[in-house]
Design a protein around this ligand. Structure first.
Ligand code: FCX
Length: 435
């Protein structure tokens, strides 16, 4: 058993009595009330999920296992000469709640190395799809196609599992799957956009470094991707990708089924696709003003045109956050250091000064501040990834870290199949006293 799995087993043993006690002794204690607007309005704000992997404070933003983004970036071990931490170390943190040592990170790197070979049929599948298929569809299909490899599904079918060891098989699937995602993503990119010239993996590189290598992009793109994958890894449990993955896994579907489902949710324009939409929107703006750098007044007008045509301003607003997303801030700091004079970055910076005021005047969005997607695309564009429909795949690789850590713990703590109750409109009218 790997040291990571051993550590996890110990953590799980320590944690289980807490969950059991809460349910047994305090199961009837009320957590929150539910209003009609929450029932109709996408369950916003209802506290009905539990995860220890990350927590999203509306004003502070995300904490991974209790650590803020600057703390994670500072504390996690980094490859020699690099600015950003190992993605493998971040995954260790998400799974165990502990900052790993360099040695512990190296062990995860070795684990991934053993598991990274992508089956040939995945390439065959990707090659058989029309080339203009959205890369997110390709990515999700590739993940789903590997379901036949699931050790969890096999053990379940053979009757080898019980509630206490579900997590061990889930863990194996999660590690197998995560190790392959960088190669699948980069393969889709090189096949679709770079004249079908895939670059083989370099076994000596870490998750972020190998991804940059397979994309064919020089330093510091490896650091860009380490940062990107870490920032996008998790955003507590209620967002569409995390919640979908958790929901599907609650039926004891394996990690392949569950992640593929989560990715399909991430593909929506109100969720992960927003980073593609932001770039498209900024390109439309650039096209409108030709070679001239738009002024703040131009930007303001463009925002109003977008809103008046019934569209949302992509990259702004959030269901939970009520302040600038610290994932935006982290990327802004990187851009200030590495691409301060880039024209797109300057437009993004100007938008930061303009959009919140416009959204406040508009009076609908509860949060006028930027989210992670307002910035991600600009950095990708600068380093040459200009095929913006690919951006959600990058988000998907990062998000896999969090949602897969989550479903490992879901099985460890024996969470049951998810099954909220629905009511009819008639019933709501009765509850409201109008019927
Ligand atoms: N531009 C215009 N209108 C906006 C808006 C924006 N950026 N954000 C919210 N609104 C509108 C909503 O459309 C809604 O209008 P309605 O009453 O006519 O339906 C109203 O303001 C209230 O919405 P609010 O409660 O503030 O936000 P929701 O929780 O409903 O939605 C998202 C949250 C993120 C979906 C919303 O802010 C949005 O559409 N933003 C733009 C897309 C985006 O950036 N998505 C990425 C989010 C995230 F970071 C991620 O998951 O990747």
């Amino acid at each position: 058993m790997s040291k990571l799995k051993e550590k996890l087993a110990k953590k799980i043993e320590e944690h289980r009595p807490r969950t059991t006690r809460l349910v047994k002794e305090y199961g009837d204690v009320k957590v929150c009330d539910v209003t009609i607007s929450q029932v109709i309005g996408g369950m916003r704000g209802i506290k009905c999920l539990v995860t220890d992997i990350s927590y999203l404070d509306p004003y502070e933003g995300i904490r991974f296992r209790g650590y803020t983004i600057p703390e994670v970036m500072e504390k996690l071990p980094k490859p020699a000469g690099c600015e950003m931490p190992y993605v493998e170390g971040h995954f260790y943190l998400l799974l165990t709640g502990e900052i790993p040592t360099e040695e512990e990170v190296q062990e995860v790197i070795e684990e991934f190395k053993k598991r990274k070979q992508v089956p040939q049929y995945v390439y065959d599948l990707l090659r058989s799809m029309p080339r203009d298929t959205h890369p997110m569809t390709m990515f999700s299909a590739a993940v789903l196609s590997m379901q036949r490899e699931s050790k969890f599904a096999k053990a379940y079918a053979e009757g080898k599992m019980n509630k206490f060891n579900y997590w061990e098989y889930m863990y194996e699937d999660v590690m197998d799957l995560l190790a392959k995602l960088p190669e699948i993503g980069a393969y889709i990119y090189r096949m679709k956009y770079k004249g079908d010239t895939p670059i083989p993996s370099n076994p000596d590189l870490d998750f972020g470094g190998d991804f940059a290598h397979m994309m064919g992009i020089d330093k510091p793109y490896d650091d860009v991707m380490r940062m990107y994958f870490i920032l996008h890894s998790d955003h507590e449990s209620g967002n569409v990708s995390a919640h979908t993955t958790h929901l599907v896994a609650s039926a004891l579907s394996d990690a392949y089924y569950s992640l593929s489902a989560g990715l399909n949710g991430l593909a929506g324009p109100l969720h992960g696709l927003a980073n593609q939409e932001v770039l498209k929107w900024i390109q439309d703006l650039r096209a409108k003003y030709g070679d001239k750098m738009p002024t703040k007044e131009d930007l303001e007008k463009f925002c109003w045109d977008t809103l008046n045509s019934g569209q949302v301003i992509p990259g702004y607003g959030h269901a939970v956050l009520r302040k600038t997303d610290p994932r935006y801030t982290a990327q802004r700091e990187f851009a200030l250091k590495h691409l301060p004079d880039d024209e797109l970055f300057q437009i993004v910076s100007m938008l930061y000064e303009v959009v919140p005021g416009v959204l406040e005047k508009h009076g609908k969005a509860k949060n006028p501040w930027p989210n992670v997607d307002a910035h991600s695309g600009v950095i990708q564009w600068y380093y040459g990834v200009r095929e913006y429909d690919f951006y959600t795949v990058l988000f998907g690789i990062g998000r896999a870290l969090g949602v897969l850590a989550n479903i490992t713990w879901d099985r460890a703590l024996g969470y049951p199949i998810e099954r909220p109750k629905s009511v009819t409109t008639d019933m709501l009218e009765e509850i409201a006293g109008i019927k």
